[in-house]
Write a protein that binds this ligand. Structure first.
Ligand code: SIN
Length: 281
């Protein structure tokens, strides 16, 4: 192996060095990075200046682009979104509630890739939650209870016209494209089996998971509250610190994330792609 992988102490998240992402990757680099990503779920590469074409080429080394709705892409680059917040922006950070990217899709993205352009001197971390550890730390009886349950996911809270208005509307510097198709729903298993590693993860998130299929509203709310509380316990979280030119790739099939604020008065800009994924099973 030519790349060097330095895992976080508990194995959730790892830094990857000794590779240049701007140059085209060898088949060996791609296999090693994929292996580290599957093992550690969140991998980050410090000090990797990349142009748009190079960010796209990095993404396509691992597969096809995902389908990214509801946010206007960068001009001329329909697969790159700019996550931007201006120094005087009064609305909450984009992605500032816990979610797994586009979990309302039939085939949600396998990975999200975020490349840091301007990182504020304070705040602006991204928190990640390890859904595999969350699953493995459920009681036997809870695992049994959840095994065959499905949850209803939808984009309606942030991306229907009503949800959009409630979360700051046009005051955001990013161009959000609310749409009535955000009312659609999609069923997914609550316990998801990873298509590559075979590991199981607790796979519900507070933004897009509306309710448990087939349960009364009260029962469903009780169960989801309990699952969110468990999945987002401190012991499963990792606070990721950004630097300019850092690229981070995480596995949406087992990880939730949440952008943090704390940098009012400073600009924060990152460029984002996603990698196409499978239908959760
Ligand atoms: C996102 O949810 O894609 C944004 C994450 C971040 O800005 O930290």
């Amino acid at each position: 192996m030519t790349i060097s992988v330095t895992p976080n102490p508990n194995g959730f998240g790892a830094a990857i060095r000794d590779v240049n992402l701007s140059n085209g990757l060898t088949a060996e680099d791609i296999a090693d990075i994929r292996g580290a990503w599957l093992d550690h779920q969140v991998v980050f590469f410090p000090d990797q200046p990349l142009e748009h074409d190079q960010l796209e080429a990095f993404t396509n080394a691992f597969g096809d682009f995902g389908n990214d709705p509801y946010v206007k892409a960068i001009d001329g680059y329909s697969n790159i979104l700019e996550v931007r917040r201006e120094p005087d922006e009064a609305v909450a950070p984009f992605g500032g509630s816990w979610h797994s990217d586009w979990s309302f899709q039939e085939t949600p993205p396998a990975a999200t890739i975020l490349h840091a352009k301007i990182i504020p001197p304070v705040g602006g971390d991204t928190l990640y939650a390890d859904g595999i550890a969350a699953y493995e730390n459920l009681s036997e009886s809870m695992r049994g209870e959840l095994e065959n349950l499905q949850a209803v996911h939808s984009a309606r809270r942030p991306y229907s016209h009503e949800g959009y208005k409630a979360s700051g509307g046009p005051d955001r510097s990013m161009t959000i494209l609310p749409n009535d198709d955000a009312w659609a729903t999609q069923l997914h298993p609550i316990i998801r089996t990873h298509p590559e590693s075979g590991r199981k993860a607790l796979w519900v998130n507070p933004v897009y998971t509306l309710n448990v299929h087939g349960m009364s509203e009260v029962e469903s709310a009780r169960l989801l509250d309990e699952l969110f509380k468990h999945a987002l316990s401190d012991e499963f979280l990792y606070a990721h610190k950004w630097q300019n030119n850092m690229l981070t790739m995480w596995d949406n099939r087992s990880v939730q994330h949440c952008a943090q604020g704390g940098y009012d008065g400073h600009r924060r800009v990152l460029h984002r792609t996603t990698l196409a994924g499978d239908q959760p099973v």
